[in-house]
Ligand binder design. Structure first.
Ligand code: OSB
Ligand code: MG
Length: 369
């Protein structure tokens, strides 16, 4: 396949409510949308999940734009034939940049699957037509505000609640939510906010019957996570530390994690995600699909992945309305706590161009003619 044009579009969407984590607070979401056009004028779409600043991951939107423009797209343009299966190999000389690489691979895959006439879910190996939804709840201004927010999600039907925690916002909010919802699947996410010396403190979370604690320590501190996992009964789940199949294999072997959050952007794409899924499925390691406040473009593709058999825990695959008043695609609406897996060709959704254009901040076209 030949790609004749890459379009890199920066958009800006307000969030329905501020989202605060241990690394910062945001009230809007800037997103980099990638569009590819093939020689036969077939279009592929993808979303790059990097955020505006390098707070969650070293990648950020302006950096991704630069990396794509200066290195990744020229490397793809030098190849005579490009297919999604060859993208990661072609881009391998350029280190890191998983989120940028994932977006390019996914846009190419979307176009390819449209030509082949199959859905991403079918292509990846999905065995479900709908997936249970979890929701990630930010650090709130007060326990009362947290109770109100969590109650609204429980009433909306979310099957699993994830509370963001940080030092000073952990044991008490979790105790309160657990007391109010004694049977609700509940987990916490620290986004690296603790250090090894906090292990006794974190162990207090064991009394709340949590599904897991996500990324309590620094992304590079695999040994620290292994030590913490030995003293806590709550399963440790790595997010930021897992950037590839091999990093997942290492962390599992070292017993630094016993559950894996698979975020396609963080690991370099959906094809690498399937490899991690397959490896974990063979070993009965549960996995779940993470989220990055995606628009409908990224959300659609995440739902396809979350429909694979090894995704046995609800993911951060929430309805569009969790983050946005208006989505750039037909919104994903939750029914009885589930979202339908798109079954159209490719990722199964396309943006509403009028709305997309209205929220576009910049567009860059890189052609290959
Ligand atoms: O750590 O899972 C995370 C959002 C941005 C960056 C990191 C994370 C998150 C979330 C939100 O928790 C997940 C979602 O999109 O619902
Ligand atoms: Mg996380």
């Amino acid at each position: 396949m030949k790609i004749v044009e890459y379009e890199l579009r920066r958009i800006h969407l307000p969030l329905v409510r501020p989202f605060r984590t241990s690394f910062g607070s945001q009230s809007d979401r800037e997103v980099l949308i990638v569009k590819v056009t093939t020689e036969d004028a077939v279009i592929g779409w993808a979303e790059c999940v990097a955020m505006s600043s390098p707070l969650y991951s070293p990648e950020y939107i302006s950096g991704c734009l630069e990396t794509m423009r200066e290195f990744l797209i020229p490397a793809l343009n030098r190849a005579t034939d490009v297919s999604a299966r060859t993208v990661s190999e072609l881009l391998k000389p350029y280190l890191g940049a998983q989120m940028a690489k994932a977006a390019l691979e996914t846009a190419i895959l979307d176009a390819e699957l449209k030509i082949a006439g199959i859905s991403l879910a079918t292509y990846l190996g999905a065995n479900k037509s709908k997936v249970p939804c979890g929701v990630s709840v930010g650090i709130a201004p007060s326990i009362e505000a947290l109770v109100d927010e969590v109650t609204s999600y429980v009433e909306a039907g979310y099957k699993r609640i994830k509370l963001k925690i940080e030092p000073g916002w952990d044991i008490e909010p979790v105790r309160k939510i657990r007391a109010l919802f004694p049977d609700k699947p509940l987990q916490v996410d620290a986004n690296q906010a603790y250090s090894r010396s906090d292990s006794k403190h974190l162990k207090q979370l064991d009394e709340f019957n949590l599904l897991l604690i996500e990324q309590p320590l620094d992304e590079h501190d695999i040994l620290g996570h292994a030590q913490l996992a030995r003293i806590m009964t709550t399963p440790v789940c790595l997010d930021e530390s897992i950037i590839s199949l091999s990093s997942a294999q290492d962390a599992l072997e070292l017993e630094a994690t016993s559950v894996i959050n698979i975020k396609p952007g963080r690991v370099g794409g959906y094809l690498e995600s399937v490899k991690i899924h397959n490896y974990c499925l063979e070993r009965s390691i549960p996995v779940w699909c993470g989220g990055m406040l995606e628009t409908g473009i990224g959300r659609a593709a995440n739902l396809a992945l979350a429909a694979l058999p090894g995704f046995t825990l609800p993911g951060d695959t929430s309805a569009s309305s969790r983050f946005f008043k208006q989505d750039i695609t037909t919104p994903f609406e939750m029914v009885d706590g589930y979202l339908d897996v798109p079954n159209g060709v490719g990722i199964g959704v396309v943006p509403d161009m009028e709305f997309l254009n209205s929220i576009t901040r910049s567009v860059e076209i890189i052609s290959n003619k």
